[in-house]
Design a protein around this ligand. Structure first.
Ligand code: NAD
Ligand code: ZN
Length: 378
């Protein structure tokens, strides 16, 4: 049975905060060190002070949060007993807060509290997704937890919060948005509703990502990328993702490559595999050809149009100075080969891979990894 869930109230601007804080006595803020030390957390604490809301800040979240951080946060959350839980930051802070909220309430340790996500990167769309990605550093693994109960009650989209994101992070997170939209669009669970969100996200990325990478103060383009990130989140939260994320989780887990960059490195190679660029066109090529149409790319046949999408993403990756192979990301061949079998197995078992449009074996995934290492695209 197909379905489409929209739960999160999305406020388009700071004004939403006033409404959210009305009548609130205690709030707990999950964020990272940069947000705390740079003073950006004042975005939440200043209005809280004005309204007499008592708050506590947990700023121990690091990129790719692990279970130890989540457990520590739960301890403080349970002591503080907030009515509202805020997540302020990129996907890492939002995912850590999601896991704290979900585990403490599901485990019967805390009363249900209101949960508000305030993204400061335009990338994961985590503010509207059922996903939280938690790392296990000992196993060099990342696990996507998926539950409807993790969806935030509200999100605030304010591009002012993204202004300070450095260009390399703008590039990584922006290509993550594109990967979400493309994977959702070709997913086995895609439907008209997820397509609508994914198509709009792709169009916004095309019109704004390179612009904002070149000019971080282009606030119109920043807001459009923030919207694109949220729309792509709505699309993939409902349609699911695919092999690209399955592979990126294990690649990022092993070699500490930022999530979006790992996706960007792999994207052309996964699309080439899905479309059958090496071994005969697959029915998925038709879906990529539809993306070419959405993005108004050239192509007079399904083959040409599908290739055109692969080529275009390669161009974005070059323009954004994202490494275009795993080798170019600085991974030595012997280190890569030492974990290749393990990574192929992990990607095969990753829950994101289940909705990939082309069935794949561990051997297939190994080959895609090898192509992405050397840059053998076609
Ligand atoms: N839940 C989901 O649906 C979902 C989807 C995709 C990825 N993820 C996960 O999200 C995490 C990645 O999130 P991300 O890409 O947003 O990065 P992030 O949250 O890890 O942040 C990356 C870096 O950017 C900094 N930063 C964040 N906002 C900033 C700002 N406004 N100005 C300056 N610096 C800023 C952070 O301090 C950090 O150092 C990964 O763990 C990934 O697996 C989750
Ligand atoms: Zn992603």
């Amino acid at each position: 049975m197909g379905q489409f869930i929209l739960k999160t109230r999305v406020y388009l601007g700071k004004e939403g905060l006033d409404e959210i804080l009305t009548g609130v006595g205690r709030a707990f803020i999950v964020t990272d060190k940069f947000m705390h030390e740079s003073g950006m957390v004042g975005y939440l604490t200043e209005p809280m002070e004005k309204k007499g809301v008592q708050y506590q800040i947990f700023s121990d979240v690091k990129p790719d949060p692990d279970i130890a951080t989540v457990t520590k946060g739960i301890g403080q959350l349970l002591d503080f007993k907030p009515q509202v839980l805020f997540a302020l930051g990129g996907g890492s802070s939002i995912d850590a807060a999601k896991a704290m909220n979900w585990l403490s309430v599901k485990g019967g340790l805390a009363e249900k509290m209101s949960f508000v996500a305030v993204p400061t990167t335009s990338g994961t769309g985590s503010e509207v997704t059922t996903f939280a990605v938690i790392s296990d550093p000992q196993k060099s693994a990342k696990y996507p937890l998926v539950s409807e109960d993790m969806l935030p009650d509200a999100a605030i989209l304010d591009a002012e919060l993204v202004r300070s994101v450095p260009p390399a992070t703008t590039a990584d997170t922006g290509i993550d948005v594109l990967t979400h939209a493309i994977e959702a669009f070709v997913s086995t669970n895609a439907n008209d509703f997820t397509d609508a969100a994914a198509e709009k996200a792709m169009k916004l990325v095309k019109a704004n990502l390179i612009k904002v990478y070149k000019n971080p103060n282009d606030m119109e383009a920043r807001q459009k990328m923030h919207d694109a990130s949220c729309l792509a989140g709505i699309a993939f939260s409902n349609a699911g993702l695919g092999l690209n994320h399955g592979m990126a989780h294990t690649l990022g887990g092993h070699f500490h490559i930022p999530h979006g960059r790992a996706n960007g490195i792999l994207l052309p190679y996964v699309m080439a595999f899905n479309a059958g660029c090496h071994d005969g066109l697959t029915p998925v090529a038709e879906r990529y050809a539809q993306i070419a149409e959405v993005l108004r790319l050239e192509g007079s046949s399904v083959r040409q149009s599908a290739f055109s999408v692969v080529r275009t993403t390669k161009q974005y990756i070059n323009q954004l100075h994202i490494p275009n192979t795993i080798e170019a990301a600085g991974i030595a061949r012997e280190d890569f080969e030492a974990v290749l079998d393990e990574m192929a197995e992990a990607a095969y078992n990753d829950s994101c891979t289940r909705t990939n449009p082309r069935a794949c074996s561990v051997e297939d995934i190994k080959e895609v990894f090898q192509r992405a290492y050397t840059g053998k695209l076609i």
